[in-house]
Ligand binder design. Structure first.
Ligand code: FES
Length: 498
């Protein structure tokens, strides 16, 4: 019997199967989930066809169209391996949030594209400007990752002479995504709205990154940037392509879009927005005044600096529950645990605290070097310390912004949690650990607020974004005299009440 080879990205796994094997028979082992049992209803088993060919019947084609997926995608439950294939398995999308939340809008005409240009992931949505309906979605990993996963490595790489290549690479990748969005559609694009952090803004626009690399870390070129398709090397026609302005050197238009999406900029009551992405940005205020800051909280929640930390993908412990005897861990993809992601980390600390295994400073009371989660995954004393530093940074950051607004925690009527990690977070664990001292009922999970805001920008005059930006001030937490004191005070845990 003839064999074919299937390569799975980004897992870097290769398998051989008999020609004609249904993908559903082999992919579940690699974390692809089949929630509707392979009936072709839910669309959750989608895989991206990077190379090779998978034949598609009319029912399969119709389903992909309904899901707004381009012809690069296949539903694994409706696919058969007939030739060598390279597939990107959709479970990686746990961290790519393509949002479909409804929002209020003034109907326009034509079509627009919203792009969330993230440090790790890229998302583009084609939107009907009459109905605000999302017609197609494209997601990809940022190709600049080969120069490092964080902003500092990208800056260093640009300063080492790779800036033009980083610019070319991101423009080319987004251009490719836009082409894929438009494939098979006879439409003209009116507007393209791009949002992202300030480093992404500078790299996309081809600006000098040195001001962001050296003291006082201030760039004077953070405003709105307009482009023509020709300047970007894109072959599509579009009347307006705009990268929205940053609020400050370390708070980009992704957060500006988040502020717009929450509506906090026009409410009289006070609101807090916390984006638990790589940088852990916080915004607080109301229609009169908005303050924002970035903290160093993100990396711990994304798995960096945690001994067995990982992103929320297959094999990650995503939640931990206390049982009478021991604990129960939920693992993404229902496979053996290979690590722990941010939401699992927070749950684990809360559970171990309530079981009386941790002291006030997060120390393991038994004196052991680690606590066991599963046969293979442990949480070390160092991991618990990293978590405490991250939660203290968020708590102290909010405290400073509220003090500067002249209000207290109780004056906040709504708290929006955005970002991939925010989506999976257990609010009970978060409040138990005093990461944010708000009652649970005030929280709203917002999903990808940058993408929602970018879509909303497609329906709005550019002046609105400028006006939100002009009333938002950036606070450098490190230069606030009381930040260190509050931060150190919050690196603690409240013991369980007896
Ligand atoms: S498993 Fe639901 S569409 Fe494939």
């Amino acid at each position: 019997m003839q064999e074919v080879r299937i390569r799975l990205k980004p897992l870097d796994k290769q398998i051989s199967v008999t020609r004609g094997t249904p993908l559903i028979d082999v992919l579940h082992e690699f974390g692809v989930e089949f929630p509707c049992g392979g009936k072709g209803i839910c669309g959750k088993c989608k895989v991206k066809l990077l190379q090779g060919d998978i034949r598609i019947n009319p029912a399969h084609k119709k389903k992909l169209e309904e899901l707004g997926l381009s012809d690069k995608w296949r539903l694994a439950c409706m696919s058969v391996a007939e030739s060598d294939l390279d597939l990107e398995v959709g479970q990686y999308e746990a961290m790519i949030q393509a949002d479909d939340s409804p929002f209020a809008f003034e109907p326009g005409s034509g079509f627009g594209i919203a792009v969330d240009l993230g440090t790790t992931t890229l998302i583009a949505q084609l939107v009907d400007l009459k109905t605000a309906r999302v017609l197609a979605v494209e997601t990809a990993l940022n190709p600049q990752r080969r120069w490092g996963s964080d902003l500092i490595s990208r800056i260093e790489s640009a300063l080492n002479g790779n800036g033009p290549e980083l610019t070319l690479m991101i423009r080319r990748e987004i251009g490719r995504m836009l082409q894929d969005l438009m494939t098979g559609k006879e439409i003209e694009i009116e507007r393209i709205a791009l949002v992202g952090n300030t480093v992404m803004h500078h790299l996309f626009a081809g600006l000098d990154l040195r001001p962001l690399a050296f003291y006082p870390f201030e760039s004077n070129d953070i405003g709105i940037k307009h482009f023509t398709p020709a300047e970007l090397g894109w072959s599509l026609a579009c009347k307006s392509i705009c990268f929205y302005p940053s609020i400050g050197s370390f708070v980009g238009s992704d957060i500006l879009a988040g502020i717009y999406a929450t509506g906090m900029w026009k409410r009289s009551e006070y609101t807090v927005l916390v984006d638990l992405g790589t940088n852990g940005e916080i915004v607080a205020g109301n229609r009169n005044k908005l303050l924002c800051a970035s903290t160093a909280a993100g990396p711990a929640f994304e798995g960096a600096k945690i001994s067995m930390g990982m992103l929320a993908t297959t094999g990650a412990i995503s939640s931990v529950k206390a049982e009478k005897e021991g604990i129960e861990c939920r693992v993404i993809g229902h496979v053996a645990a290979t690590g722990i992601c941010g939401s699992g980390l927070m749950d684990a600390v809360a559970v171990f605290l309530d079981k009386g295994l941790l002291g006030t400073f997060g120390e393991i009371l038994s004196g052991d070097a680690s606590l066991t989660l599963t046969e293979t995954v442990k949480l070390t004393a160092g991991d618990i310390q990293e978590f405490l530093l991250a939660k203290a940074a968020i708590n102290a950051g909010i405290s400073i912004l509220l003090r500067k607004l002249g209000i207290g925690w109780k004056d906040i009527s709504r708290v929006y949690i955005a970002g991939a990690f925010g989506n999976y977070i257990n609010l009970e664990s978060m409040t138990r650990l005093s990461m944010m001292s708000f009652p649970v009922e005030r929280f709203r999970k917002l999903g990808n607020s940058a993408l929602i805001g970018a879509k909303m920008f497609l329906f709005t005059e550019e002046g609105t974004a400028e006006s939100i930006r002009s009333r938002t001030s950036h606070v450098n937490l490190e230069s606030e005299s009381d930040f260190q004191d509050i931060f150190i005070e919050r690196i603690t845990l409240d013991p369980p009440s007896s």
